[in-house]
Ligand binder design. Structure first.
Ligand code: ZN
Length: 277
């Protein structure tokens, strides 16, 4: 186990025997159709196991720790990454735990990484499952990037302050408010590292598009513009983002420009101002 600088981030590879034992119990309880117990093993027990510290970590565990540190160093080297790390709730531990290719199908529908907040029964804090390794995703070998890690850190930041995901309504192409915020922030991060191609949205298939094209898409959607506004006025972190001069891609800051473009495109319908503004 290794703490990242003095952030509340702990990189941990639990003792391998715990997973082996859990898998054995899962198979036994599954055969008995004891779904209450299998659910407990998959959630509470897994959260507890994942924060157990191996007194004698092996080479694979040490390599995982140093690879994650490299990716965190990359995140911390970008201004948007640094301000996000600095904004984590210092009293909520974020545990970064490996997500191996064989766990992906069952644990998260083949995702690259995911975040869960836990209750006291699960040991408290936040679990961020992520491996900065190559893995087979949709028949392609993909290296998990610092963009992905950054996206997950945005979830961790929000869960750290809010306790759990905000139950919110469906946002087309984004699923929900958490993924909307994490994806838009991921694009600010891309811009902060000098990237010029941005994630089109959250729901697969995702394409990489220019700022101009993506802003045009945002400006066509009354609903998305409303969400940019709602998030800005309901979340102090987003509010701080909206007041920044950097990075170049920052629709929180540029929301009023998006509103003006939307109004212009809808003038023919007699619209003179953005609804609610
Ligand atoms: Zn996400």
């Amino acid at each position: 186990m290794r703490q990242y600088k003095d952030y509340p981030i702990y990189i941990n590879v639990p003792p391998p025997a715990l997973k082996a034992n859990r898998d054995k119990n899962l198979a036994e309880q599954g055969a008995k159709h004891n779904f209450r117990e299998t659910a407990r093993l998959r959630n509470v027990q897994k959260y507890l196991d994942d924060i157990q510290i191996d007194p004698a970590p092996g080479a694979i565990a040490l390599a995982f720790e140093s690879e994650v540190v490299k990716h965190l160093d990359l995140v911390a080297s970008r201004r948007i990454g640094k301000v996000t790390l600095d904004s984590l709730n210092p009293s909520e531990k974020v545990w970064i735990i490996p997500l191996s290719p064989d766990e992906r199908p069952d644990d998260c529908n083949n995702c690259e990484a995911y975040v869960r907040s836990t209750t006291a029964a699960g040991g408290g804090g936040i679990r961020l499952y992520y491996s900065p390794s190559q893995s087979l995703i949709r028949n392609k070998w993909v290296i998990s990037s610092d963009d992905t890690l950054y996206h997950e850190l945005v979830h961790a930041l929000r869960f750290g302050w809010n306790g759990s995901p905000e139950n919110s309504e469906w946002i087309e192409d984004y699923d929900n408010k958490e993924e909307f915020i994490a994806t838009i922030m991921e694009n600010l991060y891309v811009s902060s590292r000098g990237g010029r191609q941005f994630y089109s949205h959250y729901r697969p298939p995702v394409s990489m598009v220019s700022k101009q094209e993506l802003y045009e898409r945002y400006a066509k959607s009354e609903n998305l513009i409303r969400w940019f506004k709602r998030c800005t006025f309901s979340d102090s972190f987003i509010w701080a983002m909206a007041r920044r001069n950097d990075p170049p891609f920052n629709p929180w800051r540029d929301r009023e420009e998006l509103e003006r473009r939307w109004v212009k495109a809808n003038q023919k319908r007699g619209i003179k101002k953005f609804p609610g503004s």
